[in-house]
Design a protein around this ligand. Structure first.
Ligand code: C2O
Ligand code: CU
Ligand code: CU
Length: 467
């Protein structure tokens, strides 16, 4: 970093051969040559600038997911960074793999060539963010090929809580992939033959599933731990796979997963789970205590929704006894917004459903596929709103810029894992979920969308204009 001004980072987006499967090189699109990309750690309220240089063969755009970021740096899907030889005319999406945006032109697109400086104020609650590609119609394949990384924001108050830290704090980016025999990544939407493999789902309409589960870029890793508490900061970075995670000991006991944080930072108080459902893009901050596991014993992290090899996610091997000075305070934070229904200026109902578009099948919000030239929802800066989100099938719905709270699910109370401040909420089939938020921070053009990456590419995204 530099003194006085913002901390500066530089990331070169480039093709690289990454060792994911032991002894095999997988050609990937990377942030800086690795998968995941470099983890950035920041302090709350301390602005940073990240210069992204695009040496990939395609346009890219970076979004900091969960970031409280002005529209100019939020990674709008047509604010592309063109690679050196890319023609100017192809400024916006042209309906590549998805069906959204056939030949659409976006008059507001802020296109640059080769590099772009993204300035992030990071004036927000500390939490685990992630950065990923957000190019219109191509987000699914771009993330799949490797364009994803973690970004942790911290502050003094959180540091002082005494949660497990240092090597006992583990960010875990979970993502599924499909590998061809030679180690290349296959995006099954583009290769129908792969759809026959168990665990793989290539049907583009439902979203792409892989048969290899990666954690921080390693297949089914085994991590050595002390017999002590660990803080697991879990991100579901999969394109479309849902998880129901549990931590199971060798003798079949399920360990408590004590949730201390959600997408947008610390809860007010811990919530204990045995089973943690995770939709794409959701983050959970959980404490697991390995103290009761004998040295040499294993704890498997299992996805109850998987089958065969996709049931396994990773394992911990307890390697040694050691002292543990960490704690889980009964009060974690006191700054969670407590918006009430009566604070809301209005209630909107917004539907997430399949439908017909461009003569084919697409995923639509309120009956329409994404169009960068159309404003879908206009809200006033500073106003509180309730949104009733209605789904046909599973849709993890994500709002840019703001965190929200879940008010109601299926007409009833929220579920235990809906606690805290979120930026992505999992709508289950046929369900309606009410969320409440205050649209504060910045004016401008933002997005909300389904974070099933294939649904997003097939049109399930809309413009949110804050005025
Ligand atoms: Cu993680 Cu608009 O996305
Ligand atoms: Cu986002
Ligand atoms: Cu969806």
């Amino acid at each position: 970093g530099t003194s006085g001004g913002a901390d500066r980072y530089e990331i070169t987006q480039r093709e690289a051969a990454v060792e994911i499967l032991p002894g095999i090189r997988t050609p990937m699109w990377t942030y800086g040559g690795t998968f995941p990309g470099p983890t950035i750690e920041s302090r709350r309220g301390r602005p940073i600038t990240v210069r992204h240089r695009n040496e990939l063969p395609v346009p890219t755009v970076v979004h900091l997911h969960g970031g409280r970021t002005p529209a100019s740096a939020d990674g709008y899907p047509t604010d592309l960074v063109l690679p050196e030889g890319w023609p100017d005319a192809a400024r916006t999406g042209h309906g590549g793999h998805g069906m959204g945006g056939h030949g659409m032109h976006d008059p507001r697109a802020a296109v640059t060539r080769l590099t772009r400086d993204y300035a992030f104020p990071l004036d927000q609650r500390p939490t685990l963010l992630w950065y990923h590609d957000h190019r219109m119609d191509f987000t699914g394949p771009a993330i799949w090929r490797g364009l994803a990384g973690l970004h942790i924001v911290r502050d003094d108050a959180e540091d002082a809580l005494g949660l497990p830290a240092g090597r006992r704090e583990l960010p875990l980016m979970i993502a599924d992939r499909v590998f061809a025999a030679d180690g290349r990544l296959d995006y099954p939407a583009l290769d129908p033959s792969l759809r026959e493999r168990p665990g793989v789902r290539g049907a583009f309409l439902a979203g792409v599933l892989g048969d290899v589960i990666l954690v921080n870029g390693a297949p089914w890793p085994v991590h050595e731990v002390d017999a002590a508490r660990y803080r697991l900061r879990i991100l579901n970075a999969s394109n479309a796979r849902h998880y129901e995670l549990e931590a199971v000991t060798g003798d079949g006991r399920r360990l408590d997963l004590v949730q201390v944080g959600a997408d947008q930072g610390l809860l007010a108080a811990p919530v204990t789970h045995r089973l943690l459902p995770m939709a794409p893009a959701e983050r959970y901050d959980v404490i697991v205590d390995f103290a009761g596991v004998p040295v040499g014993g294993r704890v498997r992290v299992v996805n109850r929704l998987g089958s065969g090899r996709t049931r396994d996610v990773m394992a911990f091997r307890v390697a040694r006894k050691d002292t543990d000075k960490s704690r889980i305070p009964r009060v974690l934070s006191r700054d969670l917004p407590a918006w009430r229904r009566s604070d809301a200026a209005r209630v909107r109902e917004i539907s997430f459903r399949a439908g017909r578009m461009h003569g084919g099948h697409g995923w639509l919000i309120d009956g329409k596929p994404f169009d960068p030239a159309r404003t879908d929802v206009t809200v006033r800066l500073g106003e509180v709103e309730v949104w009733r989100l209605v789904a046909d099938v599973h849709h993890p719905v994500h709002l840019h810029l703001v965190g929200f709270r879940v008010l109601a699910r299926g007409g009833g109370r929220p579920l235990p894992h809906d606690a805290g401040l979120k930026d992505t909420v999992s709508l289950r089939p046929g369900e309606s979920v009410e969320i409440i938020t205050r649209f504060d921070g910045y004016r401008g053009r933002f997005l909300f969308h389904c974070h099933n990456a294939e649904h997003e590419d097939m049109g399930m995204m809309a413009n949110l204009e804050i005025v």
